[in-house]
Design a protein around this ligand. Structure first.
Ligand code: SF4
Ligand code: SF4
Length: 103
């Protein structure tokens, strides 16, 4: 069991994403998106607060239609970064983790 936990903790975003997609129903995915939105730190980020955007969780949802300028990113402090082994930032201007990944 400890082995499984350790393997999961050190797995890449690509490995975690594929494993999750293989086991999640549509309802699970909707719940997961809601959880990401709840945890999301974007609402206190300078890039976000000056953009006027009301959407969140850009690592999951993709680029913001409102955000153009990068003024600092809090993604490295967000629990999602560790949970999903995210290795990028500025998802609001660069696109979702899936789009930035090797998948
Ligand atoms: S990693 Fe960034 S975009 Fe994704 S939920 Fe966290 S703060 Fe929001
Ligand atoms: S993705 Fe990063 S830069 Fe963009 S709003 Fe979220 S925390 Fe701020």
């Amino acid at each position: 069991m400890a082995d499984v936990e350790e393997r999961w903790a050190t797995a890449s975003f690509e490995e975690k994403y594929k494993a999750m997609m293989a086991s999640m129903t549509e309802a699970d995915q909707k719940r997961s998106t809601e959880q990401v939105t709840y945890m999301c730190k974007c609402r206190t980020c300078p890039t976000y607060t000056e953009s006027g955007d009301t959407n969140l969780a850009f690592c999951n949802q993709g680029k913001s239609a409102a955000t153009q300028e990068q003024k600092g990113c809090l993604c490295s402090t967000c629990p999602m970064t560790k949970t999903m082994s995210l290795r990028w930032d500025y998802y609001c201007t660069q696109g979702s983790a899936l789009e930035l990944s090797d998948l």
